[in-house]
Design a protein around this ligand. Sequence first.
Ligand code: 5AD
Ligand code: SF4
Length: 455
Amino acid sequence: MITWGCQMNVYDSGRMADVLAPLGYAPTGTPDDADMIILNTCHIRDKATEKVFSELGRLRQIKEARAEAGHRTILAVAGCVAQAEGAEILARAPYVDIVLGPQTYHRLPEMVARASRAAGAVIETDFPVEDKFDHLPEASAPQGLTAFLTIQEGCDKFCSFCVVPYTRGAESSRPEAAVLSEAHRLVAQGTREITLLGQNVNAWHGLDGTGKPSTLGRLARALARIEGLDRIRYTTSHPRDMDDDLIAAHAEEPALMPFLHLPVQSGSNRILAAMNRRHTAEDYLRLVDRLRAARPDMALSSDFIVGHPGETEADFQDTLTLIRTVGFTGAFSFKYSPRPGTAAAGAPNQIDEDTKDRRLQELQSLLRDQQAAFNESKVGQTVDVLFTHPGRRDGQIGGRTPWLQPVHVPGPQSLIGQIMPVRIAHAQPASLSGTLPESPDDPIAATLELEIAVA
Ligand code: 5AD
Ligand code: SF4
């Protein structure tokens, strides 16, 4: 399984592994000994299709070398490029056996059976009437201390630049009971932090026990009642769908982490309108104020696009102003890249590459400064860290703060899986380091010991 793109693709790759496990397939480290290779692709930006074809060229050689040694290799292309460019893939890469869109993963075993028998390739890129989640197996392989859980897929917003409504289809939500039972299963397998996933996650409206559409605020409260589930996150949210109850849940539920990825894309009302975002810069700022009123330590990250068709220097300055006003703790920023079939792709007023490059650099430099300042602000504080892995150096362990900052401390491996307070001593641009308060490396603990010894 080779996975590109967003966290939902990571989750989907796990589910494809689940669906294939009963057939005897298990993940392998290298494509050279794989009986089946699945390329899970992303179509959001740039020359996605070309990247797929160059990877397929490499995989073709592996497939041929294995064939010479008498082994069959099934080559499958999944994900959003498969959805958007399925026919082109089969025309240009006839050695591909299966092309499957994101809504058809539950049919993978049947496709594998057909591909094993058939001479030609199998293509499944319809949006089937049945819900794939009803047909994916319940038992999933343990994901570990932190896990993803897809609760919503697709998008009805049709932002001018975005392929998601075309590749992932219309918005749909998994029912509350299905989400809760998957969450219980993950926690029973050792998960302590769950990130709920959806292209428009806060538009979740899964049916509750009475058959009525629920809301993410209610779902978050129900998840917070699960014993052993200490941290809940959700991504990606749309500003329009951030309702009062969800904001209130942030004030009331400590398990809801004080960090939100809330893309604004631009700070110019003219460009926001051209993007069909359906909110203004002022709407966004008011929303940030409400979130911070509910949870004063709320940190925000965002996505930004520079060089959307029609973006003037003044529009770009408005984006920088919004960034300065909000103070983001992290962000993903991109040069606008025209996507076939989207509204903005054919717009006449495209921006030249040099201008996009310059604006991106200026924006990223501001965002980097903000991230560094946020990390610096934690120095001297004691913050909770969920330890998830051994550190790179011997005797170190690593984990994350509530705001998703990576942290390393000297400490025993036995603490992996636990949430411990850490005194932050140093901030690097993208991570923190510190000490466990009771450890002798901690200057204050050391002084205390000395005082006790003197007394
Ligand atoms: N060009 C550049 N960035 C894009 N994104 C989505 N479509 C495009 C595009 N055509 C960015 C948006 C979105 C993130 C996932 O990718 O910022 O929030
Ligand atoms: Fe794309 Fe806009 Fe939907 Fe986000 S809200 S997935 S950017 S169309």
